[in-house]
Design a protein around this ligand. Structure first.
Ligand SMILES: O=C(O)CCC(=O)C(=O)O
Length: 257
C-alpha cells in the first residue's frame, strides 16, 4: 500500500491524511493484547518508559491493571516483536517512503492510552518541537486500536497549519510535556478525525494537534510510530535523552541521526 496521488496531495496541502484499514483486525488484536499485558504487569516494560495518568491514584483506578497514559521509546520496536512488526509494517513503511524517500529510521514508538473516564488531554503541540532534527519534516503515524471519536479523545488537527513553521512551546507539568505557547487558533479551528481500529493517520511533524480527555466509558488506545529520513541530522549539539533511532528501510549514513 503506497499513498494514492490524492492522499499524497492532501498530506502536502493539509499536513495530514487518514488512510483506512492499514492494519488488519488480527494485527490490531495482537497489539491490543500486547499492550494489555504491559498494562497489567504480565510483561515487564524493558527498554522503554511507562507513564501513568498524573491525577489518578492507581488504587482508585477500576480499569484493568494500571492507569497507564503511555508507553514510549524506540526500544518498544527493538525489544518487542509485536511493536517491531508494526514499525516495519509494509503498508506503513510504503506510505511513509512516498513522503520521505527510501531511507528511513524510526524516531518514535509509543502506545497512547486514554483509559475510560480518566484519560487526560494532550494539549496543542507540534511533534517537531520535541525533536531537534533537520530537515524538520518527519512523519508521525498514529494508528487507532479502538474506535476513536470526539467523545473519547480522537486526534484533532489544524489543517494546513504545518506551513507556519515551528511555534514556541512552553513546559507543562512534566518537563517532557510541552504545549504551544501562543497561537492564533483554538479548539474551534480544529478538525476532529474519527477513526476505526486499523486506520492510520499520517501527520507532518509541524502540524499542530491535540486530543481531548476521555470522558466516555470506552478505552481509546492508539500506537504511534514516527519516521525520519536516514540522512537527518541533529540541529543541536546535545542529543536529548529521549531521542533514539532504529534503521527501518534503505541505507544509514555516517554522521547522521
Ligand atoms: O494519542 C494522543 O492522545 C496524543 C498523542 C500525541 O499527539 C503525541 O504524543 O504527540
Amino acid at each position: 500500500m503506497s499513498l494514492t496521488d490524492e492522499q499524497f496531495e492532501q498530506y502536502q496541502r493539509d499536513g495530514y491524511v487518514v488512510v483506512e484499514d492499514v492494519l488488519s483486525e488480527d494485527e490490531v488484536a495482537a497489539i491490543r493484547t500486547r499492550l494489555r499485558e504491559y498494562v497489567r504487569g504480565d510483561r515487564e516494560a524493558s527498554g522503554f518508559e511507562r507513564m501513568l495518568e498524573p491525577s489518578v491514584d492507581p488504587a482508585d483506578f477500576e480499569g484493568e491493571g494500571q492507569p497507564v497514559r503511555k508507553f514510549e521509546g524506540v526500544g518498544m520496536a527493538r525489544e518487542d516483536d509485536v511493536f517491531g512488526d508494526l514499525a516495519t509494517h509494509e503498508g506503513i513503511v510504503d506510505a511513509v517512503s512516498r513522503l520521505q524517500g527510501p531511507n528511513l529510521k524510526l524516531l518514535r514508538c509509543a502506545g497512547m492510552l486514554k483509559p475510560p473516564g480518566v484519560g487526560s488531554a494532550k494539549k496543542f503541540h507540534q511533534d517537531a518541537a520535541y525533536y531537534p532534527i533537520h530537515p524538520m519534516d518527519h512523519v508521525t503515524v498514529w494508528v487507532a486500536l479502538d474506535e476513536a471519536t470526539a467523545g473519547n479523545g480522537c486526534m484533532q488537527v489544524v489543517p494546513g497549519a504545518h506551513t507556519d513553521g515551528l511555534l514556541e512551546h512552553e513546559a507543562l507539568e512534566y518537563d517532557t510535556d510541552i504545549t504551544v505557547a501562543e497561537r492564533d487558533y483554538d479548539e474551534s479551528d480544529t478538525v476532529a478525525l474519527p477513526m476505526e481500529p486499523g486506520d492510520a493517520l499520517f501527520q507532518h511533524c509541524l502540524l499542530p494537534h491535540y486530543t481531548a480527555p476521555n470522558g466516555s466509558d470506552r478505552w481509546r488506545r492508539a500506537m504511534i510510530v514516527a519516521y525520519m529520513r536516514s540522512r537527518s541530522r541533529f540541529s543541536t549539539d546535545d542529543r536529548p535523552a529521549w531521542v533514539d533511532s532504529l534503521s527501518i528501510a534503505g541505507e544509514a549514513f555516517p554522521g547522521c541521526v
